[in-house]
Design a protein. Structure first.
Length: 195
């Protein structure tokens, strides 16, 4: 076996352990998510078992990383990030972060047609921060029905029923930072000078 390949495979175990710990999940949780036994996961993390493609694919998916990130593949020299938009519930979401765990960033685009839909608020665990780039964003949050314009931001606990839609005749584009419960976006500003 090529020495570089052997070193790359040896580094997978510590990388797997670090990813799991960063996400604060147990081997049992990861086993449930991947279908890989706890003993196999433990042996992979300790280096007692060499990783195979059949093991790495479900682990990469569970951790939300690419295979290249999982095995520490050398960079190709291309600095571009190849984002894959996903369309759900009439919204186009572009993930702006690729690491598992922690705060996740998305750019969302909602077509103007959503303003004709009846709001259907949902809840889930987490905390969200929104910043409107273009268009007007209608946010139904609990008992509140708000319209945010470009440059405006909102933050809220996602256990409160919420829904987003376009509030105008044009699509709305906004940034969303989402984290598990307790993680909030913190804005730092310079203190104002007292003249």
């Amino acid at each position: 076996m090529d020495n570089d390949l052997g070193q790359a495979l040896d580094a997978v175990g510590p990388r797997l352990r670090a990813l799991r710990r960063r996400r604060e999940i147990t081997l049992a949780d990861l086993s449930t998510a991947t279908g890989i036994s706890v003993s196999t996961l433990s042996r992979l993390e300790s280096g007692a078992r060499k990783p195979t493609l059949e093991l790495l694919l479900p682990l990469a998916k569970a951790h939300g990383v690419t295979l290249d990130e999982l095995v520490g593949a050398p960079p190709t020299g291309d600095p571009r990030i190849h984002l894959r938009p996903v369309t759900r519930h009439g919204m186009t979401m572009v993930p702006l972060t690729r690491r598992a765990g922690g705060i996740q960033a998305y750019k969302l685009v909602i077509p103007a047609s959503s303003r004709r839909r009846e709001p259907d608020p949902k809840t889930h665990e987490g905390y969200e921060w929104l910043y409107v780039l273009n268009g007007r964003l209608r946010v139904v949050l609990g008992e509140h029905d708000l319209v945010l314009s470009p440059g405006e931001a909102a933050e809220f606990d996602t256990r409160v029923p919420h829904w987003f839609g376009s509030a105008g005749a044009e699509p709305v584009e906004f940034l969303s930072l989402f984290g598990k419960q307790g993680e909030r976006a913190h804005l730092r500003t310079r203190p104002t000078s007292k003249n």
